[in-house]
Design a protein around this ligand. Structure first.
Ligand code: CP
Length: 312
């Protein structure tokens, strides 16, 4: 892969899942790949899992790693032709070019504004780095997608499915803050592209995801209908795409034990971080059907398979 921004960049998702599982079985078998090479992880936003797992994956492949918190650095300008007499001090054309002098792979995390839908959905920040860097770029979450998380979720489902084609439900869940649609967009995109699950998405009216991500999935507006006979429940909050960035006031959408009773003894999944007893009850997240820590573990193997697959 020359870049890793979405499922479209992956020639064969099933093969990538198999490679990730091979890295999990033998973490240091490819530790020659990164010898005398450098990865830069550039974070414009907070992270626990992505930062730790991507660093761990890179080191297990033999790379050196520099992680940089760009939120405290020079303000970067992404608009072309602008007069930079405001708060930005360095244009992405220079920033991406400079970082390319110091590394062999550039990994970038940035969140959407949730105020400018068209700018967010053009994915301007990650695409500007792809355009102006001279090294391969890996998304560690962008304005619209979180592909490393989605690959992780494919791996986790592949490890736990009993049916060849399980019923997987992505359910909207409540939250106090407005959150990006990235994880949900990406989860739908990857499940559909993988093609080995039946995907149902349930969310309140007004919270349908962008149609480009949900084509091929069943979309319903009630959890009871969606949860029936489900094998996997994947909970996530997202703010409205239609009324861009709006928060939903639906506390009754929290995933609890009664709702899990409707399922086919489903596993519970969430990308984390999660707000307990807002998104999911203590009883569900602590149950033996909760896969949240297995997902966190699989972040390393997803990152390792992706970094190993980049064409340098
Ligand atoms: N799931 C996830 O991406 O976690 P972080 O935001 O902590 O990296």
């Amino acid at each position: 892969m020359k870049q890793f921004l979405s499922a479209v960049d992956v020639p064969n998702i099933a093969e990538l899942i198999a490679k990730a599982r091979a890295h999990k079985a033998a973490p240091f078998a490819s530790n020659h790949l990164g010898k005398e090479k450098m990865i830069i992880n550039l974070f414009f936003n907070s992270s626990l899992r992505t930062r730790m797992s991507t660093e761990k994956a890179a080191r297990q492949l033999g790379y050196d790693v520099i992680t940089y918190d760009a939120s405290g650095g020079w303000g970067i300008e992404f608009e072309d032709g602008t007069v930079m007499n405001g708060n930005t001090a360095e244009h992405v054309r220079e920033a991406a070019g400079v970082l390319s002098q110091y590394c062999d792979i550039l990994c970038v995390r940035s969140f959407p504004s949730l105020t400018d839908k068209s700018a967010d959905y053009e994915d301007r920040i990650i695409k500007a780095f792809v355009e102006h860097a001279t090294v391969p770029v890996v998304s560690m979450e962008s304005a619209t997608r979180h592909p490393l998380q989605s690959l992780t979720d494919c791996i986790t489902i592949s490890e736990h499915r009993k049916a060849a084609r399980p019923k997987v439900v992505l359910t909207w869940a409540p939250h106090l803050r407005r959150l990006p649609q990235c994880v949900a967009n990406s989860f739908a995109e990857w499940m559909i592209a993988w093609g080995e699950v039946d995907l149902t998405i349930c969310n309140p009216e007004g919270f349908d995801l962008a149609p480009e991500f949900t084509r091929g999935a069943k979309v319903v507006h009630g959890q009871a209908e969606a949860f029936a006979e489900a094998d996997f429940i994947y909970a996530k909050n997202w703010s409205s795409f239609k009324n861009y960035g709006a928060i939903g006031d639906h506390p009754d959408w929290m995933v609890d034990e009664a709702k899990m009773e409707l399922t086919n003894n489903a596993y519970f999944m969430h990308c984390l971080p999660v707000r307990r007893n807002v998104v999911v009850s203590d009883g569900v997240i602590e149950s033996d059907r909760s896969l949240v820590l297995q997902q966190a573990n699989n972040r390393t193997w997803a990152a390792q398979a992706v970094l190993a697959g980049m064409e340098l």
